[in-house]
Ligand binder design. Structure first.
Ligand SMILES: NC(=O)c1ccc[n+]([C@@H]2O[C@H](COP(=O)([O-])OP(=O)(O)OC[C@H]3O[C@@H](n4cnc5c(N)ncnc54)[C@H](OP(=O)(O)O)[C@@H]3O)[C@@H](O)[C@H]2O)c1
Length: 267
């Protein structure tokens, strides 16, 4: 039996760890004996979380205040991580705080979102995933949203970035599974995070009923990390009526594509 720490330790990097689901991921990963590099823009909540985790779980914790939406983010992450061996990368930062139509915001708003949700994620997966492939173990967990399944008003750039992450995770899952590296696109539903509450408060809207708790979402993500490429919060693998989103259907499609790709490109 391989333990979580043997499979995904000794260090995890959690991008977007200062609150909500990211904080829940950090606490649960540390509880498994894995040391953490915590990243977000605000340093103070990261430092407070680091102290709490060290006290509760006795693992090492490093914090780094980095804006993932800037072009230099990857270099800053790599500098913060240094020579530590990273066996788990969690990409959690990624919500759209704007709730706006595309042309009602400056272009820089949307290019920043793409930088954070796409470019920085690709860079981290290339770096950490490459080292995991060489070591033949590890995990990449990309937190996603049901917005990944299609575009809509108020969601154009956000859903497009999430669709990228969905296909990216599926492709990486197919490529890395022969090398012992797990890849999961965790599709969240409405979850009670500070970011969601802030957006709803700005719009004068109440918290909808039945929202998920960050702790439950993180628990599911870590438990199902070996069961990629996609898992949907609150839905069974092949739940009727949600064929395009069905985790089982997407896995079957990726495997079929993989066979086809091998025919064209070789093993
Ligand atoms: N909440 C929901 O209902 C919901 C639903 C579906 C999917 N999701 C997904 O769940 C994930 C977490 O969402 P969330 O609601 O917690 O909101 P979020 O705005 O993604 O915040 C999560 C964490 O990311 C950090 N963060 C955000 N932007 C950052 C940046 N530019 N650079 C560095 N860190 C950054 C935040 O800390 P700082 O502010 O300190 O930087 C926070 O610690 C996202 O990927 C989102 O798409 C959420």
């Amino acid at each position: 039996m391989t333990t979580f720490a043997q499979r995904y330790g000794p260090w995890a990097v959690i991008a977007g760890a200062s609150e909500g689901t990211g904080r829940a991921f950090a606490r649960q990963i540390a509880a498994q004996g894995v040391a953490c590099v915590l990243i977000a823009r605000r340093g103070d909540p990261l430092v407070a979380l680091a102290e709490e985790i060290r006290a509760n779980h006795g693992v090492e914790v490093v914090t780094a205040a980095i804006d993932l939406a800037t072009p230099g983010a990857l270099d800053e992450i790599l500098a913060a991580v240094g020579a530590r061996e990273v066996g788990l990368f969690v990409s959690n930062a990624g919500a759209d705080p704007n709730g706006s139509r595309f042309h009602d915001r400056e272009l820089a708003t949307w290019t920043g979102l793409v930088q954070r949700n796409v470019v920085t994620v690709v860079g981290c997966c290339h770096h950490f995933g490459g080292l995991m492939r060489a070591r033949r173990r590890g995990g990449l967990l990309l937190v996603n949203s049901a917005a990944c399944y299609g575009g809509g008003s108020f969601l154009a750039t956000y859903s497009a970035s999430k669709a990228f992450d969905l296909c990216f995770a599926e492709g990486l899952w197919a490529e890395l599974r022969p090398h012992g590296v797990d890849v999961l696109c965790l599709v969240m539903s409405t979850t009670d995070t500070p970011a969601l509450r802030a957006l709803l408060a700005e719009k004068g809207m109440p918290l909808p009923p039945g929202v998920a708790s960050p702790e439950a979402v993180a628990e599911m993500g870590l438990a199902r990390l070996p069961d990629g490429p996609v898992q949907n919060w609150g839905a069974a693998e092949d739940e009727a009526g949600m064929a395009p989103m069905s985790a089982a259907a997407r896995r079957a499609r990726v495997l079929a594509l993989d066979q086809n790709s091998k025919f064209i490109f070789g093993d």
